[in-house]
Design a protein around this ligand. Structure first.
Ligand code: IFM
Length: 780
């Protein structure tokens, strides 16, 4: 821990040190506090607790957001349009900031520990990526000169969806006498107001949680609330257990005051167990009893057992998921931090998904986007396939609402997924960059296709996957049609690039729609051949005819994929190349991101991209392009892309790797890997960027290691960045676990689990099995 002499050396010590398995700050730095609240968030895919102080919101200067979130727990607000139109999204769902149940504070002589009062003598805070514990140790002097050490450990249980726990230990350093620990629930927290930045928070008209009951027992508290519009019940429950000194306890508000006479050097400890339950998961009447039951079990286990359980859970995660990079500690830290946050953020119950900001903040209001399928999904598919499966279950559960939405959008058949949502409603109030992104349907289908390739799980296809793929494919024949030249065209959509909206024949959309319709026809035919009963059931349920399957094949074959012969590149859409180029030379740095400084129309009129669009198609549909096309496309689109979206750099890195642009591959990868740790997009304080976090994994596996899985099978084409001495990661495919270890001399493949796995290395076929579980190959 840092000692007293260093506490003023804020610039050096408030920063996060580059350590491979830890995120550690050695001083409290008010200028970094807001950002670090995000970075030190703990979560388990359901609960998310920002890394705010145990004692609650700081009162002095500096921005802060006391945030606790439950993935998928939301209220709604009507979206009001002064200028209305038919079919616009009507209701916004937004993730709620729920009561802060972790609050615990030391009090001496009536003075409560606070970062705004007294004197902080020493401070260290560490998020340990192996144990999952957030540990803070602070030495503090009261205004009257009494010194204390406060050591706290916090965890959000990965193995217990509803539970978190805090250990708070207070040691008098230069006195003996009464020490108080206050433990309560702060129910006065509210969501952020959005302001002008669409990426920050919600536009709310009032508080969302209304108290319906409170029980304050001897050591326990149960708070019941109802959401204002969505009508959900929420239970927040705590149980506090003192130890180390004989404590007197008294109720106070939504909590208790514990007081003990503590000798100098002795430690008075409080363990506080927390449980949240909501009626999104159970009946309204069940939320209170459920929270109490979870709490009783956690309390019976005790903090140490919960900590061991957490370390065990994470050890298993790292065994399957760790990407290790030799030669750069800061980068290694970024990569692991990103993987850790993905695990913390991803819903695994089939009812929730992964929000753009995970459970770390209110940016994008806890909404789920295509980010899941195209960026995050592969990471889980190849490391924790059961989580990938749960993400698909979420989309299956969303089919009824997607069907409703399709009807509103004048599609007689099929299902249209919302661009941004929590529970399935379209929540995008700006349709040009929202609902118009019809490619979301193909993105979901793409992830199902990848799932099938990676797992071979045709049971899933029969039970759910086929229905999703077929229903969503129908939208393409619904919105597309043949032009005078017999080309199948898709008009008035927006592709991934949000600086270009409402265009005809967006290349990405058309290419992905072609993949989608072909896949849908393949799935229908395979299901009919292999599982006729399932086929009959699904076809009957959705009214599928053979004519539709034929129509998909025909539309795929005739799909118009814009290509400019003069430039030898794929055109982003029919109009992109005719637009005026953006004047990058005269755009000052402070005008980026453009979306915060120019009206959308100004941006849309120009040849400028926020993010990878054609370049993303080059990756996802990799085997459909020649290397020459990939190069020319990359060169052209790199020149017109701002990367204002955090989803962009990782894709450019991967394609750069593939076409041999080693320096660019590395530079784009570096932009992605520490994007949140270094706050390079200047908004991590409102939440991490989960798509970019997953893009880091993609950058290693798909990028440097050249991994692809498609109809041609699993293959690798590894390269080693000059800056590293080696890297290693595991992938799970078809029940096998394969280690891929790349160094200067070549690549080693080791079958860690499973009976057999066939793949290719730089075009050479390899099969590993129990007899031959390891092979070394030279990199090409
Ligand atoms: O889905 C993305 C989009 O592609 C770019 N803007 C942010 C969204 C959420 O991450």
């Amino acid at each position: 821990m840092n000692d007293i002499d260093n506490t003023n050396d804020i610039d050096n010590n408030g920063a996060i040190a580059a350590e491979p398995w830890r995120i550690r700050e050695a001083a409290f730095d008010p200028a970094r506090a807001f950002l670090h609240e995000t970075l030190f968030t703990l979560g388990n895919g359901y609960i998310g607790m920002r890394g705010t102080p145990d004692e609650g919101t700081r009162e002095g200067g500096g921005q802060t957001l006391e945030g606790t979130y439950l993935n998928g727990f939301y209220d709604t607000e009507a979206i009001r349009y002064p200028e209305n139109a038919y079919g616009l999204a009507r209701v916004n769902e937004f993730m709620l900031n729920v009561p802060n149940a972790k609050r615990v504070a030391a009090v001496v002589d009536g003075e409560r520990f606070s970062l705004d009062g007294g004197r902080v003598l020493a401070w260290e805070r560490t998020l340990d990526l192996k144990t999952g514990l957030l540990v803070r140790t602070v030495e503090w002097e009261t205004a009257t000169g009494k010194r204390l050490r406060i050591a706290s450990r916090r965890l959000v249980c990965c193995a217990r969806k509803h539970v978190a726990a805090i250990e708070y230990a207070v040691t008098p350093l230069n006195f003996s006498g009464p020490v108080r620990i206050d433990a309560d629930i702060d129910a006065a927290v509210t969501n952020l107001q959005a302001g002008d930045d669409p990426r920050v928070g919600s536009a709310l008209t009032g508080p969302s949680l209304i108290e319906t009951r409170r029980d304050v027992g001897a050591h326990d508290v149960l708070l019941l609330q109802r959401t204002r519009h969505s009508g959900f019940a929420l239970a927040t429950a705590t149980a506090s257990v003192p130890s180390g000194a004989a404590a007197r306890v008294a109720p106070a508000g939504l909590g208790h005051v514990f007081e003990a006479d503590v000798a100098q050097g002795a430690t008075f400890t409080l363990h506080k167990y927390v449980a949240y339950a909501s009626s999104r998961d159970m009946a309204i009447d069940a939320v209170g009893p459920h929270a109490r039951a979870e709490l009783a079990q956690a309390r019976a286990a005790g903090f140490e057992a919960l900590a061991r359980e957490q370390a065990g859970y994470l050890a298993r995660f790292w065994t399957d998921a760790d990407v290790s990079i030799a030669g750069d500690d800061a980068l290694q830290q970024g990569v692991r931090f990103n993987q850790f946050h993905l695990l913390q953020s991803v819903g695994r119950d089939g009812k929730t998904n992964i929000a753009a900001k995970g459970v770390t903040g209110e940016g994008y209001e806890g909404h789920y986007f295509w980010d899941t399928e195209i960026y995050v999904f592969p990471f889980f598919l190849f490391s924790r396939p059961e989580i990938a499966r749960a993400l698909l279950q979420y989309r299956y559960n969303g089919l009824p609402k997607a069907r409703e939405r399709a009807r509103q959008m004048a599609h007689a058949k099929g299902a249209l997924y919302p661009w941004r949502t929590i529970a399935g409603e379209e929540c995008s109030a700006y349709f040009p960059a929202g609902t118009a992104q019809y490619h979301i349907n193909a993105d979901v289908a793409y992830s199902i296709r990848l799932y099938l390739l990676a797992t071979g799980d045709f049971d899933f296809m029969a039970a759910q996957g086929a229905e999703i793929v077929l229903e969503t494919a129908r939208i393409w024949t619904g919105i597309g049609g043949y032009d005078r030249k017999g080309r199948f065209c898709i008009n008035e959509v927006t592709g991934p690039d949000e600086y270009t909206a409402l265009v005809n024949n967006n290349y990405y959309t058309n290419a992905m729609a072609r993949m989608h319709m072909t896949f849908a026809a393949d799935v229908a035919e395979r299901l009919r051949a292999e599982r006729p009963d399932d086929y009959a059931r699904v076809a009957h349920a959705i009214g599928l005819s053979d004519d539709e399957i034929r129509a998909w094949r025909a539309a795929s074959a005739a799909m118009f994929l814009p290509y400019d012969d003069d430039l030898g590149i794929h055109e982003q859409d029919d109009s992109f190349l005719s637009k005026k180029p953006w004047d990058f030379a005269n755009t000052p740095q402070e005008n980026y991101p453009l979306l915060l400084n120019y009206h959308p129309l100004v941006i849309y009129r120009h040849q400028v991209c926020k993010q990878a669009d054609v370049v993303l198609a080059l990756l996802l549909l990799s085997n459909q392009f020649s290397e020459g096309d990939k190069r020319r496309d990359f060169d052209f689109y790199e020149g017109v892309t701002t990367h204002d979206s955090s989803l962009s750099s990782c894709i450019f890195s991967i394609v750069a790797s593939e076409i041999g642009y080693r320096d660019k591959a590395y530079a784009y990868f570096m932009e992605t890997a520490r994007l949140d740790l270094d706050n390079t997009h200047a908004n991590t304080q409102y939440g991490v960027h989960t798509a970019a976090m997953a893009g880091t994994w993609l950058g290693v596996a798909y990028g440097f290691a050249g991994m692809r899985l498609d109809d041609a099978g699993l293959r690798f084409a590894p390269t080693l960045p000059d800056q590293w001495t080696g890297y290693r990661f595991n992938v799970q495919v078809r029940g096998a676990l394969l280690e891929v270890a790349v160094d200067g001399a070549g690549t080693g493949y080791r079958l860690l689990r499973g009976e057999r796995l066939a793949f290719a290395h730089g075009g050479t076929p390899i099969a590993l099995d129990a007899q031959r579980a390891h092979i070394r190959m030279e990199n090409k």
